[in-house]
Write a protein that binds this ligand. Structure first.
Ligand code: FES
Length: 102
């Protein structure tokens, strides 16, 4: 289901760089907020809860809710507190691929 995001870029986007997401290449803006860049690319859910499997996406965008957890280069981190960098490898353990662009 496509949703319009209430996200607006405040500065000029960085140059496009390639990252690896769940085993495939994806172009995001260098230095952009990883959570915002993934949402803008139509990536969701970011994870699923371990008990019920409920889908989770970024909520607070300020490091408080932990709903944006993804694995970045083998370490579980908050996407909203991470800047995009070329070559980073991101995975969404337990998240079923529901990417809008699939
Ligand atoms: S969106 Fe809440 S911690 Fe990242």
């Amino acid at each position: 289901m496509k949703r319009d995001l209430a996200v607006r870029r405040l500065d000029e986007p960085g140059r496009p760089v390639v990252v690896r997401l769940d085993g495939r290449d994806l172009e995001l803006c260098d230095g952009g907020n990883l959570a915002a860049e993934l949402l803008a690319a139509g990536i969701e859910p970011f994870r699923r809860t371990p008990v019920s499997g409920a889908p989770r996406n970024p909520f607070c965008m300020m490091g408080a809710c932990f709903d944006c957890l993804v694995e970045i280069d083998g370490v579980t981190r908050q996407a909203c507190m991470t800047e995009v960098a070329a070559g980073m490898t991101i995975s969404r353990p337990g998240a079923v691929s529901e990417t809008k662009n699939d």
